[in-house]
Design a protein around this ligand. Structure first.
Ligand code: SAH
Length: 395
């Protein structure tokens, strides 16, 4: 039997069903498990806690597969988990609105380190833990069986793989990737760059928040910062925005965004595209005395973990303060953080500080999060990575 025995008192987070064990919590390892092997976790008093994937060198030394002592971690286990994740996505009824969907969302689906996104008949698999890596072939076979997809593409190229001692890997695992992959979302079309795009090719998590912006954008002058493939810009323009300025530091992203405008038959008049650093661009716009009615700030992750929180807080404050100053009285800011290391409380405090320094007062008109195909397990608050505030600034 491969086992890990925790130090006395270190069982508390597992008893609350948090699925990670940090290496410092381990008292003893028995049975010489290799990295990726399934181990059983016990308290110092020899009480069973969970079955988990083990890692001898990573900061997270075990990631829980199951809380049930009699559950075997085998092919049938993964079949059950994946079937369950799929059933849940069907229940959400998303297919009426979108052909893109997150089918598996790691820890939240009881499958630590595994992400699977669906773009029509294409699946993209992303593995970020040595435990999920161990079951890669099994997972692949189950996906073929359950979905009968045209293609399964692997985008296992996130930085977390380095912490797990895994090399980055991308490529077609099954079938053929279509030359042009286009999804439909709320009646709009978006090209998805599965091979080299951000995440697995598209920000599925912002689906509902983009739709909300669509409701608010009519007749507005819009500034979309960190626009990537232009999601918020396309929704705003369809809704009748007077103008949209989209900013991203990636040429490739802007090309994709322009393509998405064309795909939706949206005219490029009153459109501006800027390939620039948002921190500098906001200052330039301030110096030019430009004003906007609706500003979207959806930056990349500034704080992957809580240890980056202080630096990240300065970044969020900076861009939000500048955005408030570019806003006409009565304008709206949609501001996001996708940093796991920044809680929603802290995010709200940072934004309140930015508003105070900008000399404006504002109301929260919506608190936003990732779309429901990215569920948050109550016992795993780290899953609440995406936080958004929709703010109406006073006239
Ligand atoms: N809002 C987008 C997702 C944004 S992802 C959507 O709904 O699809 C974050 C984007 O920020 C990426 O496209 C990345 O290229 C861009 N980016 C990262 N750092 C930046 C910077 N300093 N200035 C401008 N863009 C940046």
């Amino acid at each position: 039997m491969k086992k890990i025995i925790l130090k006395a008192g270190k069982e508390k987070s597992l008893l609350r069903r948090h699925p990670w064990v940090y290496s410092g919590a381990i008292s003893r390892v028995e049975g010489h498990p290799s990295d990726g092997d399934t181990v059983s976790i016990y308290t110092n008093q020899k009480v069973f806690l969970a079955h988990a994937a083990y890692h001898s060198k990573a900061p997270i030394a075990a990631r829980v597969w199951s809380w049930q002592q009699d559950e075997r971690i085998d092919e049938a286990f993964f079949y059950r988990k994946l079937t369950h994740a799929l059933k849940f996505r069907k229940e959400l009824g998303l297919s009426q609105f979108s052909t893109g969907c997150r089918l598996v969302h790691g820890e939240s689906d009881g499958l630590p380190g595994l992400v699977i996104d669906q773009y029509g008949r294409i699946l993209v698999m992303q593995i970020g833990s040595v435990g999920a890596e161990r079951w890669r072939e099994v997972i692949l076979d189950i996906l073929k069986d359950l979905f009968d997809p045209d293609c399964i593409y692997e985008r296992s190229d996130t930085d977390v793989r380095e912490l797990e001692g895994l090399i980055k890997r991308t490529g077609v695992l099954w079938g053929e990737l279509p030359h042009d992959l286009i999804i439909e979302e709320n009646g709009l079309h978006f090209a998805v760059d599965v091979m080299t795009g951000q995440k697995t090719g598209f920000y599925l998590d912002q689906r509902d928040n983009r739709a909300k912006i669509g409701i608010l954008a009519k007749d507005k002058e819009v500034l979309n910062c960190f626009c990537y493939s232009g999601g918020f810009s396309v929704y705003a323009k369809r809704a009748g925005a007077k103008s949209v300025l989209s900013v991203d530091s990636s040429e490739e992203a802007l090309k994709l965004a322009q393509r998405n405008f064309a795909l939706n038959g949206l005219t490029t008049d009153s459109q501006e595209w800027q390939c620039a650093d948002v921190f500098q661009m906001l200052r330039k716009l301030r110096d030019q005395n430009r004003k906007f009615d609706l500003i979207i700030l959806d930056p990349p992750k500034f704080a992957p973990t809580a240890s980056f929180a202080a630096k990240a807080a300065r970044g969020y404050k900076d861009i939000n303060l500048l955005a408030f100053k570019l806003l006409r009285p009565g304008g709206i800011v949609a501001t996001y953080s996708c940093s796991s290391g920044i809680s929603s409380d802290l995010f709200q405090k940072i934004i309140a500080g930015a508003a105070l320094d900008a000399g404006i007062s504002a109301h929260i008109i919506a608190q936003q999060m990732a779309a429901p195909d990215h569920p948050i397990l109550l016992s795993f608050p780290e899953g609440a990575y995406l936080k958004g505030l929709l703010l109406k600034v006073s006239d």
